[in-house]
Design a protein around this ligand. Structure first.
Ligand code: AMP
Length: 230
């Protein structure tokens, strides 16, 4: 049995049905889409640091105004903002799927501390691997619902009615950081700050690797298959 499978099996033996996972992958790998699918299927909250930050920006709070300066440039928002935002959101949840957090070694270490205080450690990290050249097209066509944050794509998963969310009827918009210039910067940020987390969680035998070059349905099935061994 591989270390990955042994880890997954150990999870269930220790924790029953409780699931606390994080999604890792470059921008456009589909981690948000997959986190939403799994969250819906399992009835577990999906907690996206990007969504939490965009909500703060939309509400024009002091945190939102500060975060926007970094988000517009494709840079990471400082840990002091993001760690507090996510910690506050997870503190009353026994299960969750983290999407976009942690995104750096310092965030991963802070998350370990917060979860160890809550006596609810992270069980695994789903790493969606995609070659970087594949993802620019995905991001340029991405549409997000302004109300429920559902994710669509003009080509790969279009809504039934143009510009309108199938789920809640909300208005679909293109994120201001899904432009080629900002996407390039976001990749650079991913390479430098987030990619080291693959080794971090790999060494802890927490990594669940999934091939992100497949269709949305195939990736979702691959994730469920690995988790159903739980
Ligand atoms: P996302 O929706 O995950 O693609 O995130 C959009 C933007 O929000 C990123 O480019 C960052 O500027 C910011 N952001 C999201 N999550 C984090 C995080 N964990 N740490 C720092 N910045 C983040």
């Amino acid at each position: 049995m591989s270390a990955e499978n042994l880890f997954i099996l150990t999870c269930i033996l220790c924790t029953g049905d409780v699931m606390r996972l994080a999604f890792l992958g470059p921008p456009g790998s589909g981690k948000g889409t997959q986190a939403q699918i799994l969250a819906k299927n399992m009835g577990i909250p999906q907690i996206s640091s990007g969504d939490l930050l965009r909500e703060a920006v939309q509400e024009d709070t002091p945190i939102g105004r500060k975060a926007k300066q970094y988000m517009d440039k494709g840079e990471l928002v400082p840990d002091t903002i993001v760690v507090d935002l996510v910690s506050e959101r997870i503190k009353n949840e026994s299960q969750f799927l983290l999407d976009g957090f942690p995104r750096s070694l310092s965030q991963a270490e802070r998350l370990d501390e917060v979860l160890s205080q809550l006596k609810a450690p992270l069980q695994g990290v789903i790493n969606i691997g995609v070659p970087l050249e594949d993802v620019v097209e995905r991001l340029c066509g991405r549409l997000t619902c302004s109300q429920c944050n559902a994710i669509y794509h003009t080509k790969y998963s279009p809504p039934e009615k143009e510009g309108v969310c199938d789920l809640c009827g909300g208005h679909l918009f293109q994120r201001s950081d899904d432009t080629e210039a900002v996407i390039t910067e976001r990749f650079q940020t991913y390479r430098e700050q987030t990619e080291p987390l693959i080794s971090y969680y790999g060494e802890k035998e927490m990594l669940i690797n999934v091939d992100g070059t497949q269709s949305i349905e195939e990736i979702a099935a691959a994730i469920e298959k690995k988790l159903h061994r739980i």
